[in-house]
Write a protein of this length. Structure first.
Length: 125
């Protein structure tokens, strides 16, 4: 299963990728901003889950989510927003844009595992 991790922090991308690898997901693409993330989504129509940060240069995560949701190929893809934006208004904004689940940084690997399982409807990695 192909996953895409979009975050302008290379450290955060590495943390998420390492966590995903421990959960058995080793086919993971990376993007460092929404523009790069969209290019990867567009070129790899088989991405099954998008994990994106909110605050990024060039195109932020919210705009990426809206762009992904506007494309008929990706209307059903699970999207998890991983961000420092933990306020209720931000969570509501993200959910309205089409995010399926929301993780506030910092987070533990267990939280990522639970949120991923929730959007995929599975109980194992």
């Amino acid at each position: 299963m192909k996953l895409l991790v979009v975050d302008d922090s290379s450290t955060m991308r590495r943390i998420i990728k390492n966590t995903l690898a421990r959960l058995g997901y080793d086919d993971v693409l990376e993007g460092e901003n929404g523009v790069e993330g969209w290019e990867k989504m567009d070129a790899n129509g088989d991405v099954k889950v998008l994990i994106t940060d909110w605050n990024m240069p060039e195109m932020n995560g919210l705009d990426l989510v809206k762009k992904v949701r506007a494309d008929s190929r990706f209307t059903d893809i699970p999207i998890i927003m991983v961000t420092t934006e933990g306020g209720k208004a931000e969570v509501i904004t993200a959910l309205k844009a089409g995010v399926n689940n929301y993780i506030v940084k910092p987070f533990t690997p267990q939280v990522l595992k639970e949120k991923l399982e929730a959007v995929l409807g599975t109980n194992e990695g």
